[in-house]
Design a protein around this ligand. Sequence first.
Ligand code: FMN
Length: 189
Amino acid sequence: MGKVILLSGSPRMKSNTVEALNICAEAIKENSIDTEVISLKGLKIESCMACNGCVGTGNCVLGDGLETVIDKIKEADGFIPAAPVYFGTARGDIMSALQRIGKVSKGNGKFLSWMVGGPIAVARRAGQTLTLQEMAMFFLINDMIIVGSDYWNTIFALAEETVTDDAEGVATIQKFGENVANLIKKIKD
Ligand SMILES: Cc1cc2nc3c(=O)[nH]c(=O)nc-3n(C[C@H](O)[C@H](O)[C@H](O)COP(=O)(O)O)c2cc1C
């Protein structure tokens, strides 16, 4: 059937980023691919220490909880990270997580290769496209496949859980989810 992991980098309880990922996950499930939305909320995500402790051992050795997320990504066919924009760029936690996930993949058989997905950025007003570009760098160095939509994967939202006020953003994310699911099905055929 296939599975997509959707990872939020927001620390908020009622998060717009999580709400955006839930909308995307619904579109993926409607197209017969399983999903799991995971949040970094509550975790204290360290940056990569360049210790090489992951090389050949299968996972990161920092022990802050990201290793559980990495184990789930290893089993998936798709991966969608999403970030709230903080001061014009992606919130730090999600970039730290992506850099460590990429390092573990490269040191352990490149499990990210040909994984399908793409980034989503959520913000009040500005910085979404640069945030998408930052996260796209992770896909492009890890032999992954970025899927498009009818617009860039950006949502405008400030107050908690107001993502659905941005109808065009929601439609873009839904179309993106549909495209991710359909490409996974084609690859797995
Ligand atoms: C420290 C901080 C910096 C922010 N910087 C920006 C910014 O540069 N551009 C913007 O449009 N919104 C900015 N915001 C607003 C958030 O991106 C917005 O509230 C978003 O919906 C938060 O997503 P979340 O609910 O998933 O955490 C910032 C918020 C915080 C807390």
